[in-house]
Design a protein around this ligand. Sequence first.
Ligand SMILES: Cc1ncc(COP(=O)(O)O)c(C=O)c1O
Length: 337
Amino acid sequence: MIDLRSDTVTLPTKEMKNAMQAAPLGDDVFVEDPSINALEEKVAAIFGMEKALFCPSGTMTNQIAIKVHVVPGDEVICSRESHVYCYEGGGIASNSGASVRLIEGASGLLTAAQIEANINSDDVHLPNTSLVSLENTSNRGGGVCYAFEEFYKIKDVCQKYGLALHLDGARVYNAIVKNKEDPKKYGAVFDSISVCLSKGLGAPVGSVLLGSNDFIKKARRVRKAFGGGMRQAGMLAAAASYALDNHVERLAIDHDNAQKVLKAGLSNQWVKGALPVETNIVVLLLKNEITNTEFLEKLKKKGILAVGFGPQRVRLTMHLDVSEADVITICEILLSL
Ligand SMILES: Cc1ncc(COP(=O)(O)O)c(C=O)c1O
């Protein structure tokens, strides 16, 4: 089976496993795991932020960030398509007691003007808007990226109204590689960033939350309360560190593969179009004659796993474990299905 359901399905490489085996370990709740401490320092330095916190998942890093930024009754501005809203189990409400102001952004991307228009005025009737959460790349938007200029405009709006600005950077490295961005630019704009190491970068587990010293001190307390203190988890940090050293530049291969798969997909008889493909995600739009389930079943019979992504939409995600030969096979299957 060629598994294109997500870039989370990658398995650690032999070299990554060697790095994991060699990792010095300690108790991370006591801040004594050398491998985790080293990873946190490394990621903070890459993004030019003061401090980092290693966590089990991107859901946890996002939810911790939101909880630190808001108080119950506040409102978070995010895209209707955002992971923090769609796929984190209602965590904004249950963990932080906050409401959401959902914005319909083109491909899940928000503009500064949209954000400014959705900030509540200082009126006791209204929830207090305190946080803007963005996602780069936009998963439900098909892996599309923000133009960095828009981040600067959004930051200006946040500063004008005293709002915190969080980035769900589950796939921020795809954007960084695609647009040749300096990660430090992100550190200069966002108050907090969640970076996933377990997606395109290929680590088995783990995300890092970035912010100021004060923010991460509070985040560490919330991580403990969420049950995310992981003790001797340095092996996971070593895998993540290996991924950062060895798997960043190769994301460009996934992006090229996505273009090849897009081209083949658009020639498929059941496909009427696709979302714009900028990075590693291909979302095909199906004709009305076929359902997602039927199309996915046809792919599965030929040895390809993908996922439904809303009505008449199927997502195919490129990643570390999709080889050149796999791409040829995928394209042949899409052309003949
Ligand atoms: C955009 C985005 N944010 C956050 C997450 C959450 O990551 P995790 O699965 O590690 O909780 C995902 C997972 O796919 C994602 O796509």
